[in-house]
Design a protein around this ligand. Structure first.
Ligand SMILES: C[S@@+](CC[C@H](N)C(=O)[O-])C[C@H]1O[C@@H](n2cnc3c(N)ncnc32)[C@H](O)[C@@H]1O
Length: 294
């Protein structure tokens, strides 16, 4: 009888203790240890991210595992590659949707993409880069728009990059849950997707138009001579200082007069304002200034 009550009390008390573990329980010293382990083991640098966001997510991971003491979790992290990967996954949020913020995609379809096609006519391809592309919904949305605009010719090169290798695997599969497709107009859904049980498969012809790369915007060299960069809903996770550094790197990645689209909650910070002129303040579309040189 006693044994049973001890057994049943144990998970409950563990749950209650674990519940108490929150971001502010992670001291600066413990945070620095976790940062060093991830940097040494995975080459991932936590420094540029907003501290509070990251601490909250580390605490959530620790609660999920049922650990009570940060020291125990750090010991696990130090010795276990798999946990390092799992923590990285827990730190990066991959929420996305096809045609997320549809009005932005309307402006892209009606003004920006036709302008890029006109500019490049006869002179190589239009190059598009989706930074922090998560499951590929964003670069695939661009591929769908180009397919409608200019069919299956090879004037366009679309790159999608993300720091998470796992989410890129999903992106390459071209298979999506239905909640990722709520903004896809019915005729587009019918023409380009086929249903597989509760999920949808994107037409292989569109999938082939996007190439995916694992790329850390804080550390890896950016692509070059890009005509259009979409960097949406990723800057918000970084400190202002890192946002400015990323925006400068993106300006350098753009071809002359190249365009940049940020997320609805994002904007230019500090000196990055001098690198771009604003094309559409509502949709957060910016053009690289002529005088910016790499
Ligand atoms: C919320 S999603 C945004 C997806 C898409 N751009 C959109 O707006 O729907 C943010 C993505 O940024 C990625 N990310 C976070 N840190 C990154 C880094 N240092 N380099 C590249 N990608 C990063 C995450 O893995 C995640 O997939």
């Amino acid at each position: 009888m006693n044994d049973i009550s001890i057994e049943s009390a144990e998970p409950f008390s563990r749950y209650r203790d674990a519940q108490l573990f929150v971001g502010s329980d992670i001291t600066d010293g413990a945070f620095a240890e976790i940062r060093d382990i991830l940097f040494a083991g995975r080459g991932f640098d936590l420094d540029g991210y907003k501290d509070r966001c990251i601490k909250r997510r580390i605490a959530a991971r620790i609660r999920t595992l049922g650990y009570r003491r940060i020291e125990d979790y750090i010991a696990l992290l130090e010795s276990d590659d798999v946990e390092q990967e799992q923590l990285l996954e827990a730190l990066t949020i991959h929420v996305s949707q096809f045609f997320r913020n549809p009005s932005t995609f309307s402006v892209l379809e009606e003004k920006i993409l036709p302008e890029l096609l006109r500019r490049r006519r006869g002179e190589g391809e239009v190059k598009v880069w989706s930074v922090g592309c998560a499951g590929g919904e964003e670069p695939y949305s661009i591929a769908l728009l180009f397919d409608e605009l200019c069919g299956s010719n090879d004037q366009v090169s679309i790159l999608g990059s993300d720091v998470s290798a796992d989410i890129l695997k999903k992106a390459r599969s071209g298979i999506f849950e239905s909640h990722r497709l709520v903004e896809v107009p019915d005729p587009v859904l019918a023409q380009y997707f086929s249903r597989e049980g509760v999920r949808y498969r994107l037409d292989a012809r569109i999938c082939e138009k996007v190439r995916f790369y694992r790329h850390d915007i804080l550390q890896d060299r950016p692509f070059t001579r890009v005509d259009l960069i979409l960097c949406r809903n990723m800057l918000i996770y970084f400190s202002r200082q890192e946002q400015e550094r990323i925006l400068r790197a993106l300006a350098n990645a753009l071809a002359p007069e190249g365009l940049l689209v940020l997320g609805r909650a994002e904007t230019m910070v500090n000196e990055s304002r001098e690198l771009f002129t604003c094309v559409d303040p509502v949709e957060r579309i910016y053009r690289k200034r002529d005088e910016v040189t790499p």
